[in-house]
Design a protein around this ligand. Sequence first.
Ligand SMILES: Nc1ncnc2c1ncn2[C@@H]1O[C@H](COP(=O)(O)OP(=O)(O)O)[C@@H](O)[C@H]1O
Ligand SMILES: [Mg+2]
Length: 308
Amino acid sequence: MSRVHDALRRAEQMMSAASEAAGAAAQLPQAGPESELAPAAGFIERLDEVPFRPAPEALLIDLARPHDPPSEEFRSLRTRLNHLQNLQPLHSVVVTSPSPAEGKSFVAANLAIAQGQLSGNYTLLADFDLRRPVIHSLFQIPRAPGITDYLLGNAPLEAVIKRVAGMNLCLMPAGSLVKNPLELINLRQVRVLLREFPRIFNWVILDSPPLLFSADANLLGTMADGTILVVRIGQTTIDTVVRAMQSLCENNVIGVVVNGARAGELYSKYTYYYSSYGYREREEEATEVATAEGAADSAGQGAASPGA
Ligand SMILES: Nc1ncnc2c1ncn2[C@@H]1O[C@H](COP(=O)(O)OP(=O)(O)O)[C@@H](O)[C@H]1O
Ligand SMILES: [Mg+2]
């Protein structure tokens, strides 16, 4: 069993020992009552709306350019996930990776946008990287109030979720800086949220910290329905992937997203539809991906590859 997994288990044991001693609950204020999520009807309509105003450097897919290669790739990933959802109970997904800067937030945000473009497909993007959150920066919304403020009982749920205008996408930023992210994630209320959210959202996409640097993502993965592992070409090493996968052994890893791959780098021409393209790739190369989504429709579980 890996170091991370050991650390996770130790953290869990410490937390349950602490709550048995009735100490933890007193130190960490409990969030609002479970019934706060009920009734689900009208919840989304009551949320504050924010404009879709991505930061220029955010590299979020451009809704006005649906045939750009990155948009195609994320729609392809969306299609595979929606196919998987037909086969198993799958609503909450943790997006993680072994190390920092491999594209977890990039993938989580763009996947959420792709999902939020489908009609009736209410999607929540929740920034559970409480250590180095970026979702609020990517979408240029306030970081707080957010998840930590809700979990600490300082804000109601409706105040920490924003609805993006013109899309079926909602954002839950990380919230105020806290010293104890793992303890907050270990609160029962997080489990309750993930259990209850499917009554409101068809997809809940959780951005998270790297697996090999904290136990947060692993713990989230035990509560969510599935985990997506992001690896970045030219950056992620085999050793870190192996260690990350070992740490995830008891979680439901539903697939690997290969981020930053270039055309032909990963697969033969017979599996061309998995190929990926960079933001600056030539237009004629993009047409190869354009033929891909139909093929990917039936691909089901597997790797997807947003370009670098
Ligand atoms: N496929 C990609 N092409 C270009 N830039 C990317 C790609 N994926 C990620 N990036 C950039 O790399 C940096 C790290 O990505 P990020 O998603 O924040 O990583 P993580 O969340 O894993 O720490 C960001 O500046 C992001 O815009
Ligand atoms: Mg990130």
